[in-house]
Design a protein around this ligand. Sequence first.
Ligand SMILES: NC(=O)c1ccc[n+]([C@@H]2O[C@H](COP(=O)([O-])OP(=O)(O)OC[C@H]3O[C@@H](n4cnc5c(N)ncnc54)[C@H](OP(=O)(O)O)[C@@H]3O)[C@@H](O)[C@H]2O)c1
Length: 313
Amino acid sequence: MTSTMKAVRIHSFGGPDVLRYEDVSVPEPKSNELLIRVHAAGVNPVDWKIREGHLGQIPLPSVLGSDFAGAVEATGSDVKGFRTGDSVFGIVSDDSGGYAEYAVAPDSQVARIPKGLDFLHAAALPVASITPWQALFDIAQLQKGQKVLIHAAAGGVGSFAVQFAKWKGAYVIGTASAQTTDYVKSLGADEVIDYRKTKFEDVVRDVDVVLDTQGGDTQERSWRVIKPGGILVSIVSPPPKEKPTAPGVRGVFLSSKPRGDEFAQIADLVARGIVKVNIETVFPLKDARKAQELSQSGHAHGKIVLTTEAESH
Ligand SMILES: NC(=O)c1ccc[n+]([C@@H]2O[C@H](COP(=O)([O-])OP(=O)(O)OC[C@H]3O[C@@H](n4cnc5c(N)ncnc54)[C@H](OP(=O)(O)O)[C@@H]3O)[C@@H](O)[C@H]2O)c1
């Protein structure tokens, strides 16, 4: 096996021009880690936020990206349940990166790719799917028959959130722009509100759960649509302690955590055709800059994925 690989790294924080496609040493797996030959890497807004330094200092240079799908190349001595050659997806270790031909990941952050799902679609899953899974099920304990409001329902997180909530039997309201209304309905939303034309707080009442993917003004206006005993889960900004709200309404901030067992449950729903993965654009790894610019626009409709298939060894 080769000792170097192509990867996209940053040597300093900044705009898209700090991204460098270059030769890097192949990482070595620790005892609990898998070495993965990455075939595809998912792109998430957190990637450009890290690039710009918004998430604090990380050791530099650093390979960006958290989501991967690929084949197990080698396993650490303590790894159980995975073998060389397995097709897997998940989230890399803190000191590894997905925008690369090889990455390492702890076995607890990885799941098998079910038959029928390709690397590109599997790479679109990790962060965007586990975040609404944990928000709706682990935190909000969403139940059948409850009403949920999902902001940015056509986005990476929102599109999985709509499908998970429908699968659970909830009544789903999504916010989206006019051009994605039909798409969000096709995911199963019962109502779609064009956030550019209609103030959602004028037409929505008594929801049990709000999934806040926007923060700011959207979060502020969301408190008044929640019924007593309901909950807002924000994935972008911690709710303030003092909020104008009905009695007993809770606000929780979620920073999602990689869990192989939850990835496996999500992959099963995808394999059974219950949840669909919508890819907006696939870029070659060397065009990570274009991929991040599209992500940073805030208007991607579906997931952005990098492929390493075109890279030469
Ligand atoms: N805390 C965590 O663990 C965690 C995990 C994952 C993501 N996040 C964060 O969650 C946010 C969403 O992530 P994502 O991957 O879903 O982003 P995304 O895919 O880039 O979201 C794009 C979507 O947002 C829609 N949108 C933009 N402004 C909107 C508004 N005011 N109201 C309703 N929809 C709006 C866009 O619709 P139009 O283009 O049609 O306008 C587009 O469909 C990001 O800030 C990300 O960093 C946090």
